[in-house]
Design a protein around this ligand. Structure first.
Ligand code: HEM
Length: 375
């Protein structure tokens, strides 16, 4: 069977295909006459992401342009969530998934739909310390409503105008979420809302890729079951071949020269964890890979204690690096724990959707309890 995880991105068209064709080039590649430019080395990626004096991040999570002088780099950054919150998120995720699939053997589930509520509640539990379950669940549903309302805003070629229907709908959903947070005495409801939305949509997509990877490979499910393979190795390999935030953009504050390429003031520079994850210098070769290709799904490459998972920046870097990294990783490892109790099979071919980061759609899975498969 063709693995969507291995070949789905390689055969992609549009900007994703163009970015992957830049793999192996020594200097930034212009994707059009006036950019954007995609950087092709870790060194250039780091200099773009970690130098807010030279590169701006001038839109907020809902694609509203921020006036000059109020760019996000001047905000106080998000404080990384404490490690203690990771266990809470992992427990809630597993409990919610068990409850979601309790209904019947062999039931079919779409991976993205199956994960929505469990991830939203798990992230809300990690972010909202000390909030009772009913309030947490109400917040999680409001986050999902905001994310849904944001989808057409993000997919639109140009950010929609203030008075458009999609923008007004999105505004209403965000306002409702913020008022729920205000009622919980949150001193910064807008920032918490952003944290919750960023911490829900991306792990849902990462988790859906993870479930697809397991469903495509019965042998992998078996190896995880026997303890022959570390769950974290599988998580990193999924985040390498299908990082949901496969590209992020910055704008040059002034003309800069990157690896000999001149980027003018206002030029858009792209950093792609998907591209960086294909670089031979960052990713150890698996025994069956020859030369510089790193397209195979081979979690064993991360079993080597000298390997450096995450070198391709799936959580970003610099002032906008992901503050939920440890919570996100814990959720994905917990998903493998839950998957250890079920048998997953693809019920239909999976395709790559590029409308919002990258995620699998459709991704129909047949989920059966293990004892029913083995008994
Ligand atoms: C597998 C899970 C996750 C992945 C792969 C991921 C990935 C990323 C990446 C690549 C960025 C940087 C974007 C950029 O530079 O443009 C980012 C930012 C962010 N992430 Fe995550 N993330 C995950 C989970 C989470 C979780 C669980 C939370 C919160 C609980 C979270 C909250 C955020 C926030 C608030 C930002 C924006 C930071 C800023 O702009 O200063 N993420 N994430």
């Amino acid at each position: 069977m063709t693995s969507v995880l291995e070949r789905g991105t390689e055969q992609a068209d549009g900007r994703l295909g163009a970015v992957l064709r830049a793999v192996g080039r020594p200097q930034p590649v212009a994707l059009g006459r006036h950019g954007p430019w995609v950087v092709t080395t870790l060194e250039h990626a780091r200099s773009v992401l970690t130098d807010p004096g030279a590169f701006d991040f001038p839109v907020d999570v809902s694609r509203r342009s921020l006036p000059r002088g109020q760019e996000r780099d001047r905000d106080a950054g998000f404080v990384p969530l404490p490690r203690a919150r990771t266990a809470v998120a992992a427990d809630v995720l597993v409990d919610e998934l068990r409850a979601a699939v309790r209904s019947g053997a062999g039931a079919e589930h779409d991976a993205m739909r199956l994960l929505r509520r469990p991830v939203a509640r798990a992230t809300a539990a990690a972010v909202l310390d000390g909030v009772a379950d009913p309030e947490r669940d109400a917040v999680a549903d409001a986050v999902l409503a905001w994310i849904d309302a944001l989808a057409p805003v993000i997919a639109a070629v140009r950010p929609p105008s203030r008075w458009s229907r999609v923008r007004r709908h999105e505004d209403a959903a965000r306002t409702r979420l913020e008022s729920l947070l205000r009622a919980l005495d949150d001193p910064e409801p807008a920032r918490t809302a952003t944290m919750l939305a960023a911490g829900t949509q991306v792990p849902i997509a990462a988790g859906a890729w993870l479930l697809v990877a397991l469903a495509e490979r019965p042998a992998l499910q078996q190896r995880l079951g026997t303890g022959d393979l570390e769950p974290s190795s599988v998580v990193w390999e999924v985040l390498r071949l299908a990082p949901p935030t496969w590209v992020t953009a910055r704008v040059a504050r002034r003309a800069v020269v990157l690896g000999g390429e001149r980027v003018p003031e206002g030029g858009v520079v792209l950093v792609s964890p998907l591209l960086l994850g294909r670089l031979a210098e960052l990713v150890p070769a698996h025994e069956q890979e020859s030369g510089d290709t790193r397209g195979a799904f081979a979690p064993d490459r991360w079993q080597d204690p000298h390997a450096r998972p995450g070198a391709w920046l799936p959580f970003g870097a610099g002032p906008h690096a992901c503050p939920g990294r440890s919570v996100g990783l814990a959720q994905l490892v917990a998903l493998i724990t839950w998957a250890g109790g079920v048998h997953l099979e693809l019920a239909a071919p999976v395709r790559l959707d590029q409308s919002r980061g990258i995620f699998p759609r459709p991704a129909r899975l047949a989920v059966t309890a293990r004892d029913e498969v083995e008994g």
